[in-house]
Design a protein around this ligand. Sequence first.
Ligand code: AMP
Length: 405
Amino acid sequence: MRFTDFKFHPNLLEGIEASNYETATPVQEQVIPPILEGRDVIASAQTGTGKTAAFLLPVMDRLLQNHVDGQTGALIVVPTRELAIQISQHIEGLSYFTHLSSIAIYGGSGGDNFIAEKKALQNGADIIVCTPGRMIAHLNMGYVNMKGLQFLVLDEADRMLDMGFLDDITKIIKTLPAKRQNLLFSATMPEKIRQLAKRILHHPAEINIAIAKPPEKVVQKAFVVYEPQKLPLIKKLLKETPYKNALVFCSRKQTVKQLTRELKHGKINVAEIHSDLEQAERENVLGAFTAGRIPVMVATDILSRGIDIDTIDLVINYDVPGDGEDYVHRIGRTARAEADGVAYTLVGEKEQNKFASIEKLIDKEVEKGLVPQELGPVPAYSPRYKNSRSGPKRRFYRNPNSHKK
Ligand code: AMP
């Protein structure tokens, strides 16, 4: 399904295009329509499924239609400051071509931020993302104005309850207008989440996105390296691992082209496939690959879904896919039918957190492979795990008054 099918505001569609989203993910396909219809929603969806955009896009679309000056339109409550920052960045990207204003309100930031937060809470920002504790601190001061609130989003609700935020959430909800649309997202649906949902949602649409797990017989390994070590490592892996057909994935077609060039220089018989090739060229390349004339193919995610070549016995992720589902799809290209398969992922320094969320999503700690000594020292694998409460003290405040033209 394409985003144009949702009939979003043109400025929002521009932001979607600029974010390089082409088609809606399954959670987006299922969650966006009921939100646009004005229904409450309860969705079980994990990080990596595209769940953030699934609630942001319809909420932003509605706010573009029904913006009320001086009123906060949507309140998104999240468990951690990391998630608040991440969602703010998502909002910034998607709303780039709109006049929507937003602010992230979370604990641990200093006095200057408190003043900016207070101003937004008094004068209204279209979207406020907050952690419960910090919001309560503001509520206790008595100036928070939520009169015009149209949407309440509880994201990662199960984690919020695990972290003991139930009372804070209840207090926050008491300050909101009774007539509003409620959206609850949770990775898991334990009984306590069902209870919470019963209290705050009205005849919700229930959406359950179960993510596929990679086939058991795929041997997964990750190599934790510095970015410049990726090229010598992949050359070595392609020279020393036995395979019939190896499929190498890169997230960007630019990287596909560069890597293919480098591998060719390294005397590896390789072809590339991405959206810049005409259909006929793609078919030629695929034919040569399937017939074994070209044993290695470097591809974008264009090949991560659907293709079924049962001689692929090695998949290498040259970078960590942005989305857990893409990881599952990519490595699912190997070990088709009865064959066994091997899937390697090269995890650059800045990709460790992304890889850790994938491990969480597939509920498995992927074995870390030994990087040959000749490539020099490698970084430790120390992702900032999701439940860490420390993190960057970055702020994001998109001018809350920007809609006042
Ligand atoms: P989330 O599950 O919301 O944490 O999203 C996981 C990643 O998927 C983020 O990096 C998003 O930017 C990305 N994403 C969300 N929706 C799409 C889409 N329709 N197409 C491609 N990437 C997406």
